[in-house]
Write a protein that binds this ligand. Structure first.
Ligand code: B16
Ligand code: MG
Length: 220
């Protein structure tokens, strides 16, 4: 029985994962670090400061805390530049119809994002009012794959994890949801998300009934 769905933001609700990638790519070039889409895939879903540590490790570089804070600020400035004109056209295909459908089925909706910009982005695409609960990077101390962000969401919803589906585009996010005891939908490629209960290319034309029957088949 599914009572709620917790959605990741970047790469699930909004097409912003590509802007995080571009901003990290720009910082990598600035620091003379070779950075590939595969490297980016492993950074998806984790906090800004943990992402920077991974980037610096890739380049074998070490900097002071002060420099690292500066690099995080620079990356975020570039990310905000890239997203400054974001509007409802940046919502990923099928999302609005799926939210409408879930609402009509009485399913509670939450957001569980690692991003400290989540509320800003949700406001810009005019979806803030659609969520009963929002937990973002400002509310947690541990980055995915720790389940804190999703467990806080479940607690605020007052619903047990085994009755909640987490929808995620990142491998680390699926790890987080599994370790928190949630059901999982991976959005994207099987290559990175095969540990999810099911993997879908998008949420277009997806119904609650489909998820319920498919997930229960997978986990039974
Ligand atoms: P910020 P999500 C994550 O958001 C992104 O996937 C990840 O690429 C980003 O580094 C992280 O948020 C932190 O974002 O720098 O905006 O605080 O996918 O969990 O919604
Ligand atoms: Mg994501």
């Amino acid at each position: 029985m599914i009572d709620a769905i917790i959605f990741d933001l970047d790469g699930v609700i909004v097409d912003t994962a590509k802007y995080h990638f571009r901003a990290w790519q720009r910082l990598a070039a600035h620091l003379d670090i070779h950075f590939t889409p595969e490297d980016n895939e492993r950074m998806k879903g984790i906090s800004r400061s943990d992402s920077l540590d991974k980037l610096l490790a890739l380049g074998g570089k070490s900097y002071s805390e002060r420099d690292k804070q500066k690099f995080c600020l620079i990356k975020n400035t570039w990310y905000l530049e890239l997203t400054q004109n974001i509007n409802p056209s940046g919502i990923l295909p099928g999302i609005v119809a799926f939210l409408d459908h879930l609402e009509s089925e009485g399913i509670k909706l939450a957001l569980g994002s690692a991003s400290k910009n989540a509320r800003k982005i949700l406001d810009a695409v005019k979806l803030t009012h659609r969520f009963d609960v929002i937990v973002d990077g400002n509310d947690v101390s541990k980055s995915k794959p720790d389940p804190e962000v999703f467990l806080k969401g479940a607690q605020a919803l007052g619903i047990a994890p085994q009755h909640i589906i987490v929808v995620e585009d990142s491998a680390k996010g699926i790890d987080a949801a599994i370790s928190g005891g949630f059901l999982t939908v991976g959005l994207g490629s099987e290559d990175h998300l095969s540990h999810a209960d099911i993997v879908l290319p998008s949420l277009e034309h997806i119904t609650l009934g489909f998820l319920q029957s498919h997930i229960s088949k997978t986990v039974s």
